[in-house]
Design a protein around this ligand. Structure first.
Ligand code: FO1
Length: 335
Protein backbone atom coordinates (compact mmCIF):
# COMPACT_ATOMS: atom_id res chain seq x y z
CA UNK A 1 0.00 0.00 0.00
CA UNK A 2 1.36 3.50 -0.70
CA UNK A 3 3.08 5.42 2.06
CA UNK A 4 0.65 8.20 1.29
CA UNK A 5 -2.53 6.34 2.20
CA UNK A 6 -4.07 7.91 5.32
CA UNK A 7 -3.53 6.28 8.71
CA UNK A 8 -5.39 7.27 11.89
CA UNK A 9 -3.81 6.55 15.28
CA UNK A 10 -5.24 7.01 18.78
CA UNK A 11 -2.60 7.87 21.35
CA UNK A 12 -1.85 9.25 24.78
CA UNK A 13 1.19 9.40 26.98
CA UNK A 14 4.81 8.58 26.31
CA UNK A 15 4.36 5.00 25.03
CA UNK A 16 1.82 5.97 22.43
CA UNK A 17 4.00 8.80 21.18
CA UNK A 18 6.84 6.36 20.49
CA UNK A 19 4.80 4.35 17.99
CA UNK A 20 3.35 7.56 16.56
CA UNK A 21 6.93 8.64 15.82
CA UNK A 22 7.63 5.34 14.06
CA UNK A 23 4.50 5.79 11.92
CA UNK A 24 5.38 9.44 11.27
CA UNK A 25 8.82 8.45 10.01
CA UNK A 26 7.74 5.68 7.60
CA UNK A 27 4.63 7.34 6.18
CA UNK A 28 4.52 10.19 3.67
CA UNK A 29 4.28 13.66 5.25
CA UNK A 30 0.67 14.37 6.19
CA UNK A 31 -0.50 10.74 5.81
CA UNK A 32 -0.70 10.26 9.58
CA UNK A 33 -3.34 11.76 11.84
CA UNK A 34 -3.04 11.19 15.57
CA UNK A 35 -6.06 11.78 17.78
CA UNK A 36 -4.70 12.53 21.24
CA UNK A 37 -6.12 12.07 24.73
CA UNK A 38 -6.88 15.30 26.60
CA UNK A 39 -8.20 13.68 29.78
CA UNK A 40 -4.84 14.41 31.45
CA UNK A 41 -5.25 18.13 30.82
CA UNK A 42 -5.44 20.48 33.78
CA UNK A 43 -5.11 24.07 34.88
CA UNK A 44 -1.91 24.84 36.78
CA UNK A 45 -0.54 28.26 37.79
CA UNK A 46 -3.38 29.74 35.74
CA UNK A 47 -2.10 27.91 32.63
CA UNK A 48 -3.97 25.32 30.51
CA UNK A 49 -1.70 22.29 30.31
CA UNK A 50 -2.24 19.51 27.73
CA UNK A 51 0.50 16.97 28.49
CA UNK A 52 -0.37 14.29 25.92
CA UNK A 53 -0.61 16.80 23.07
CA UNK A 54 2.72 18.29 24.13
CA UNK A 55 4.44 14.91 24.49
CA UNK A 56 3.38 14.05 20.94
CA UNK A 57 4.32 17.48 19.58
CA UNK A 58 7.77 17.35 21.15
CA UNK A 59 8.31 13.71 20.17
CA UNK A 60 7.42 14.25 16.50
CA UNK A 61 9.46 17.45 16.28
CA UNK A 62 12.51 15.86 17.90
CA UNK A 63 12.31 18.28 20.84
CA UNK A 64 11.25 15.74 23.48
CA UNK A 65 13.56 14.99 26.37
CA UNK A 66 14.81 11.48 25.47
CA UNK A 67 15.03 10.30 29.06
CA UNK A 68 11.81 11.61 30.58
CA UNK A 69 9.67 11.31 27.47
CA UNK A 70 7.77 14.44 28.43
CA UNK A 71 8.85 18.08 28.29
CA UNK A 72 11.68 19.37 26.14
CA UNK A 73 15.29 18.29 25.80
CA UNK A 74 18.09 20.72 26.81
CA UNK A 75 15.72 22.58 29.11
CA UNK A 76 16.67 25.33 31.55
CA UNK A 77 14.77 25.65 34.81
CA UNK A 78 15.05 29.32 35.80
CA UNK A 79 11.28 29.70 36.00
CA UNK A 80 10.90 26.76 38.40
CA UNK A 81 13.77 28.00 40.57
CA UNK A 82 12.25 31.48 40.80
CA UNK A 83 8.75 30.04 41.36
CA UNK A 84 9.95 27.80 44.18
CA UNK A 85 11.84 30.70 45.78
CA UNK A 86 8.54 32.56 45.84
CA UNK A 87 6.82 29.66 47.58
CA UNK A 88 5.04 28.49 44.42
CA UNK A 89 4.15 24.81 43.82
CA UNK A 90 7.14 22.80 42.59
CA UNK A 91 5.53 19.37 42.08
CA UNK A 92 4.84 19.86 38.36
CA UNK A 93 8.05 20.79 36.55
CA UNK A 94 7.74 23.35 33.76
CA UNK A 95 10.94 24.00 31.82
CA UNK A 96 11.56 27.53 30.51
CA UNK A 97 11.01 26.69 26.83
CA UNK A 98 8.09 24.38 27.66
CA UNK A 99 6.56 27.23 29.65
CA UNK A 100 6.41 29.37 26.51
CA UNK A 101 4.16 26.78 24.88
CA UNK A 102 1.80 26.67 27.87
CA UNK A 103 1.64 30.49 28.03
CA UNK A 104 0.93 30.74 24.29
CA UNK A 105 -1.74 28.00 24.41
CA UNK A 106 -3.39 29.55 27.48
CA UNK A 107 -3.38 33.02 25.92
CA UNK A 108 -5.04 31.78 22.72
CA UNK A 109 -7.58 29.62 24.57
CA UNK A 110 -8.50 32.64 26.70
CA UNK A 111 -9.15 34.51 23.44
CA UNK A 112 -11.68 31.83 22.52
CA UNK A 113 -9.62 29.78 20.06
CA UNK A 114 -10.01 25.99 20.05
CA UNK A 115 -7.44 23.50 21.28
CA UNK A 116 -7.62 21.89 17.82
CA UNK A 117 -6.71 25.10 15.98
CA UNK A 118 -3.94 25.95 18.44
CA UNK A 119 -2.49 22.42 18.26
CA UNK A 120 -2.45 22.57 14.45
CA UNK A 121 -0.58 25.90 14.59
CA UNK A 122 1.95 24.53 17.09
CA UNK A 123 2.57 21.50 14.85
CA UNK A 124 3.14 23.78 11.88
CA UNK A 125 5.41 26.06 13.93
CA UNK A 126 7.50 23.03 14.97
CA UNK A 127 7.64 21.60 11.45
CA UNK A 128 5.44 18.57 12.18
CA UNK A 129 3.50 17.35 9.10
CA UNK A 130 1.53 14.73 11.02
CA UNK A 131 -1.88 16.05 12.08
CA UNK A 132 -2.07 16.25 15.87
CA UNK A 133 -5.74 16.48 16.81
CA UNK A 134 -7.07 16.67 20.37
CA UNK A 135 -9.87 14.14 20.89
CA UNK A 136 -12.25 17.06 21.55
CA UNK A 137 -12.18 20.79 22.30
CA UNK A 138 -14.40 20.54 25.35
CA UNK A 139 -13.08 19.98 28.86
CA UNK A 140 -12.84 16.26 29.64
CA UNK A 141 -11.02 15.22 32.80
CA UNK A 142 -9.87 11.74 33.80
CA UNK A 143 -10.51 11.46 37.52
CA UNK A 144 -9.45 8.60 39.74
CA UNK A 145 -10.83 7.39 43.04
CA UNK A 146 -8.08 6.29 45.40
CA UNK A 147 -9.02 3.82 48.16
CA UNK A 148 -7.72 6.17 50.87
CA UNK A 149 -7.58 9.46 49.01
CA UNK A 150 -11.04 9.61 47.40
CA UNK A 151 -11.38 11.40 44.07
CA UNK A 152 -8.16 12.77 42.53
CA UNK A 153 -7.41 14.83 39.44
CA UNK A 154 -5.21 12.99 37.02
CA UNK A 155 -1.99 14.97 37.50
CA UNK A 156 -2.40 14.90 41.27
CA UNK A 157 -2.49 11.10 41.07
CA UNK A 158 0.11 10.71 38.35
CA UNK A 159 2.71 13.34 39.29
CA UNK A 160 2.06 14.76 42.72
CA UNK A 161 1.29 11.39 44.31
CA UNK A 162 3.48 9.40 41.87
CA UNK A 163 0.68 6.91 41.14
CA UNK A 164 0.85 5.67 44.76
CA UNK A 165 -2.93 5.70 45.51
CA UNK A 166 -4.66 2.33 45.20
CA UNK A 167 -7.21 2.92 42.46
CA UNK A 168 -10.79 1.79 42.76
CA UNK A 169 -12.60 3.75 40.03
CA UNK A 170 -11.88 5.86 36.94
CA UNK A 171 -14.27 8.34 35.32
CA UNK A 172 -13.92 10.58 32.29
CA UNK A 173 -15.74 13.65 33.46
CA UNK A 174 -17.39 15.59 30.62
CA UNK A 175 -16.83 12.89 27.98
CA UNK A 176 -20.55 12.31 27.36
CA UNK A 177 -21.06 16.01 26.59
CA UNK A 178 -17.98 16.40 24.40
CA UNK A 179 -17.94 16.44 20.58
CA UNK A 180 -15.31 14.13 19.06
CA UNK A 181 -13.14 16.03 16.62
CA UNK A 182 -13.26 15.72 12.87
CA UNK A 183 -11.19 12.53 12.30
CA UNK A 184 -13.42 10.67 14.74
CA UNK A 185 -16.58 12.13 13.23
CA UNK A 186 -15.28 11.18 9.81
CA UNK A 187 -14.69 7.64 11.10
CA UNK A 188 -18.24 7.47 12.41
CA UNK A 189 -19.56 8.81 9.10
CA UNK A 190 -17.63 6.66 6.62
CA UNK A 191 -16.40 3.78 8.76
CA UNK A 192 -12.82 4.65 7.91
CA UNK A 193 -13.36 3.57 4.30
CA UNK A 194 -10.46 5.75 3.15
CA UNK A 195 -8.10 4.65 5.92
CA UNK A 196 -5.24 2.22 5.42
CA UNK A 197 -5.23 1.46 9.13
CA UNK A 198 -6.63 2.56 12.45
CA UNK A 199 -3.98 2.12 15.16
CA UNK A 200 -4.45 1.87 18.93
CA UNK A 201 -0.97 2.92 20.12
CA UNK A 202 0.62 1.15 23.13
CA UNK A 203 -0.75 3.68 25.60
CA UNK A 204 -2.39 2.81 28.89
CA UNK A 205 -5.84 1.63 27.72
CA UNK A 206 -7.66 2.81 30.84
CA UNK A 207 -5.89 6.13 31.31
CA UNK A 208 -4.89 7.21 27.81
CA UNK A 209 -7.20 5.56 25.27
CA UNK A 210 -10.50 4.97 27.06
CA UNK A 211 -11.09 8.73 27.47
CA UNK A 212 -11.15 8.90 23.66
CA UNK A 213 -13.48 5.90 23.38
CA UNK A 214 -15.73 7.43 26.04
CA UNK A 215 -16.64 10.28 23.66
CA UNK A 216 -20.06 9.87 22.04
CA UNK A 217 -20.05 7.40 19.18
CA UNK A 218 -16.32 6.69 19.15
CA UNK A 219 -16.40 3.13 20.50
CA UNK A 220 -19.23 2.23 18.11
CA UNK A 221 -17.34 3.81 15.19
CA UNK A 222 -14.27 1.78 16.04
CA UNK A 223 -16.28 -1.45 16.23
CA UNK A 224 -17.90 -0.72 12.87
CA UNK A 225 -14.71 0.38 11.13
CA UNK A 226 -14.11 -1.13 7.71
CA UNK A 227 -10.49 -0.07 8.04
CA UNK A 228 -8.33 -2.65 9.85
CA UNK A 229 -7.99 -1.79 13.55
CA UNK A 230 -4.57 -2.75 14.92
CA UNK A 231 -3.76 -2.57 18.63
CA UNK A 232 -0.34 -2.86 20.23
CA UNK A 233 -0.29 -4.25 23.75
CA UNK A 234 1.45 -1.92 26.24
CA UNK A 235 2.58 -4.94 28.27
CA UNK A 236 6.19 -6.03 27.68
CA UNK A 237 7.81 -8.97 29.48
CA UNK A 238 4.77 -9.22 31.73
CA UNK A 239 4.93 -5.68 32.97
CA UNK A 240 4.26 -2.12 31.81
CA UNK A 241 7.19 -0.39 30.15
CA UNK A 242 6.58 2.82 32.06
CA UNK A 243 3.86 4.37 34.17
CA UNK A 244 1.11 2.80 36.25
CA UNK A 245 -0.47 0.38 33.74
CA UNK A 246 0.54 -2.84 35.53
CA UNK A 247 -0.20 -1.41 39.00
CA UNK A 248 -3.63 -0.21 37.82
CA UNK A 249 -4.39 -3.64 36.33
CA UNK A 250 -3.51 -5.38 39.58
CA UNK A 251 -5.65 -2.93 41.56
CA UNK A 252 -8.57 -3.70 39.24
CA UNK A 253 -7.98 -7.42 39.74
CA UNK A 254 -6.78 -7.96 36.16
CA UNK A 255 -3.86 -10.25 35.33
CA UNK A 256 -0.98 -8.21 33.90
CA UNK A 257 -1.16 -10.08 30.60
CA UNK A 258 -1.91 -9.49 26.95
CA UNK A 259 -5.09 -11.46 27.64
CA UNK A 260 -6.39 -8.61 29.79
CA UNK A 261 -5.58 -6.12 27.03
CA UNK A 262 -7.22 -8.41 24.45
CA UNK A 263 -10.38 -8.64 26.54
CA UNK A 264 -10.38 -4.87 26.95
CA UNK A 265 -10.32 -4.38 23.16
CA UNK A 266 -12.56 -7.37 22.35
CA UNK A 267 -14.88 -6.63 19.45
CA UNK A 268 -12.92 -3.55 18.43
CA UNK A 269 -9.67 -4.79 16.93
CA UNK A 270 -8.68 -6.96 13.98
CA UNK A 271 -5.15 -7.64 15.16
CA UNK A 272 -3.28 -7.45 18.45
CA UNK A 273 0.50 -7.13 18.46
CA UNK A 274 2.22 -8.64 21.50
CA UNK A 275 5.85 -9.21 22.49
CA UNK A 276 5.21 -12.88 23.40
CA UNK A 277 2.30 -15.25 22.91
CA UNK A 278 0.31 -16.46 25.93
CA UNK A 279 -1.79 -19.58 26.52
CA UNK A 280 -5.47 -18.71 26.00
CA UNK A 281 -4.73 -15.42 24.28
CA UNK A 282 -6.78 -16.37 21.23
CA UNK A 283 -9.85 -17.03 23.39
CA UNK A 284 -9.39 -13.62 25.02
CA UNK A 285 -9.18 -11.88 21.65
CA UNK A 286 -12.28 -13.42 20.16
CA UNK A 287 -12.31 -15.21 16.81
CA UNK A 288 -11.07 -13.57 13.64
CA UNK A 289 -8.55 -11.44 15.55
CA UNK A 290 -4.99 -11.96 14.35
CA UNK A 291 -2.35 -12.24 17.06
CA UNK A 292 1.05 -11.03 15.92
CA UNK A 293 4.13 -11.73 18.01
CA UNK A 294 6.80 -9.07 17.45
CA UNK A 295 9.27 -6.94 19.42
CA UNK A 296 7.18 -4.18 21.00
CA UNK A 297 9.80 -2.65 23.31
CA UNK A 298 10.84 0.57 21.54
CA UNK A 299 14.27 1.75 22.67
CA UNK A 300 15.63 3.18 19.44
CA UNK A 301 14.14 5.04 16.50
CA UNK A 302 14.70 1.90 14.45
CA UNK A 303 12.57 -0.05 16.96
CA UNK A 304 9.79 2.51 16.57
CA UNK A 305 9.92 2.34 12.78
CA UNK A 306 10.10 -1.46 12.80
CA UNK A 307 7.01 -1.77 15.00
CA UNK A 308 5.22 0.76 12.80
CA UNK A 309 6.07 -1.37 9.74
CA UNK A 310 4.65 -4.46 11.47
CA UNK A 311 1.45 -2.58 12.31
CA UNK A 312 0.97 -1.43 8.72
CA UNK A 313 1.85 -4.82 7.25
CA UNK A 314 -0.82 -6.37 9.48
CA UNK A 315 -3.34 -3.83 8.25
CA UNK A 316 -2.41 -4.40 4.60
CA UNK A 317 -2.66 -8.18 5.06
CA UNK A 318 -6.11 -7.88 6.60
CA UNK A 319 -7.19 -5.59 3.75
CA UNK A 320 -5.91 -8.09 1.19
CA UNK A 321 -7.73 -10.98 2.84
CA UNK A 322 -10.93 -8.96 2.93
CA UNK A 323 -10.52 -7.97 -0.70
CA UNK A 324 -10.04 -11.63 -1.51
CA UNK A 325 -13.15 -12.52 0.46
CA UNK A 326 -15.10 -9.80 -1.28
CA UNK A 327 -14.82 -11.99 -4.33
CA UNK A 328 -16.08 -14.95 -2.32
CA UNK A 329 -19.44 -14.92 -0.49
CA UNK A 330 -19.35 -12.30 2.31
CA UNK A 331 -18.78 -13.51 5.89
CA UNK A 332 -19.54 -11.70 9.12
CA UNK A 333 -16.29 -10.15 10.35
CA UNK A 334 -16.81 -9.79 14.04
CA UNK A 335 -19.44 -10.98 16.48
N1 FO1 B 1 5.41 14.12 34.69
C1 FO1 B 1 6.06 13.95 35.89
O1 FO1 B 1 6.15 12.82 36.36
N2 FO1 B 1 6.57 15.02 36.57
C2 FO1 B 1 6.48 16.29 36.12
O2 FO1 B 1 6.93 17.23 36.77
C3 FO1 B 1 5.84 16.49 34.84
C4 FO1 B 1 5.75 17.76 34.27
C5 FO1 B 1 5.18 17.88 32.99
C6 FO1 B 1 5.14 19.12 32.35
C7 FO1 B 1 4.57 19.24 31.09
C8 FO1 B 1 4.05 18.13 30.45
O3 FO1 B 1 3.51 18.25 29.22
C9 FO1 B 1 4.09 16.87 31.06
C10 FO1 B 1 4.66 16.75 32.33
N3 FO1 B 1 4.72 15.50 32.97
C11 FO1 B 1 5.32 15.36 34.17
C12 FO1 B 1 4.20 14.29 32.33
C13 FO1 B 1 2.69 14.17 32.41
O4 FO1 B 1 2.18 14.23 33.70
C14 FO1 B 1 2.33 12.85 31.75
O5 FO1 B 1 3.07 12.76 30.59
C15 FO1 B 1 0.92 12.67 31.24
O6 FO1 B 1 -0.02 13.41 31.83
C16 FO1 B 1 0.64 11.18 31.34
O7 FO1 B 1 0.64 10.65 30.10
Amino acid sequence: MSAGAPVLALSGGVGGAKLALGLDKILAPGALTVVVNTGDDFEHLGLSISPDIDTLLYTLSGLADPTRGWGRRDESWNFMRALTALGGPDWFALGDADLALHVQRSRRLAQGETLEAISADFARALGVATRIVPMCNERVRTRLRGEEEGWLDFQTYFVRQRCAPVLREIVYEGAAQARPRTPLQQLAADGGAALRALVLCPSNPWLSLDPILALPGVRAALGASVAPVIAVSPIVAGDAVKGPTAKLMREFGLPVTHGSIARHWRGLVDALIVDVDEPGLRESCGDEVEIIVAPTLMKSLADREHLAEIVLQAADRICAVRAGRAAAPSSARRP
